[in-house]
Design a protein around this ligand. Sequence first.
Ligand code: FES
Ligand SMILES: [Fe+2]
Length: 404
Amino acid sequence: MNTIPAGDLKSEESSYQDWDRGGLPGWTYHNEELTELEKEVLFRRHWQVACHVSDIPESGDYVTFDIVGERAVLMRGKDGQIRAFHNLCRHRGSRVLCESKGNCKRAIVCPFHGWSYGLDGALLGAASPETLPKLDSIEHGLKPIEFEVWMGFVFVRFLPGDQPPVAELLARHAEEIAHYRSETMVPAGSNYWSHDMDVNWKSVRDVDNEGYHVRMAHPELQELYGGNYSDEPLINGSCRSYAEFTDTPGKIWSVQKYKKILPKVAHLPEGNQRAWLYIGIYPNMVLSFYPCTVSFYQEHPISAGRTHQRGAIYRHADESRGMRLARYLSTRIDNETTDEDTQLIEWSCEAMNSSAFDGIVLSDLEYNVRCYHDAFRRDLPVMNLDQPPALNTVKAVNAQMREI
Ligand code: FES
Ligand SMILES: [Fe+2]
């Protein structure tokens, strides 16, 4: 792992000189009022990856996406266009689509009373229309959600926020990412995975935002790229981590085989042929670019102490046998890493409730944890307080602190 990155990569949120190595106060990891504010400010108002264009290639294909009480449908229309709607019937609010992924032949029919909608979201008709007032197909159609496609990934945003369009937000990564041609990749098998964890969502991010623990906690990654891993800090809502493989073959079977059989990718530059690249997107997501796959993952709060994590993997459309084996091995390495991280995340989160917990001491190699914390404190200034505000006042205190 590199130590502090070059000066021109300094985060706007923090300064490397004499930086504060303490983390967020413990109460911010187990306060339900704060979690509700985080849902509003950090999740509904920031771009979230919902799916990839290849998840919905044909007319009527859809993916549903639930996050912090919001429900989205990403649908490919008859005209070939992707649209994003709230998964919320205009009659009484039922989900109109219940599966996580599927296809609607001609219309979306609500499973509650049978109101039907076109693939473009317009209301087609209601059951027993003579018992209802006159309904307008657009006004009573499914409500649209703001969305944007970047490099094949479909982003949604539930409420307006301060972030620029995705293309602008991630512009500094575009040249490098374009080499991966991620928009041409396709789902790898049943490509979505998800699980719930009994932790605060920030504990997931805290572990994921640093590579200091790789040497000790991730033997597979240590053998794959070890000391070559480096994190660049969060700048304007994104960060980059990059690791070239080490020259040593490694002893762990999956790593050894992966290094040996990974084929060359004709369209990738030399520097990306034998390296894993991660783009972090504030506040809760990572896009991963490997020679064999691209993928995304994100976590979001269900409550202060419960977190949902989901992700999906995409492969080359014309995948060779060797590339398929490489994908199997990289997925295996990632699955082992996820299991190892889950344990560390649980232990870190538990610590926040201990009478012995009095803060953390961050290494230079954990600088990006601090960058995220500073960004959280900027967006939710109430997190600057060492102790939680009185019951039922977190929102009001945060609003006051924003005005100062
Ligand atoms: S809630 Fe959808 S038809 Fe009644
Ligand atoms: Fe990890």
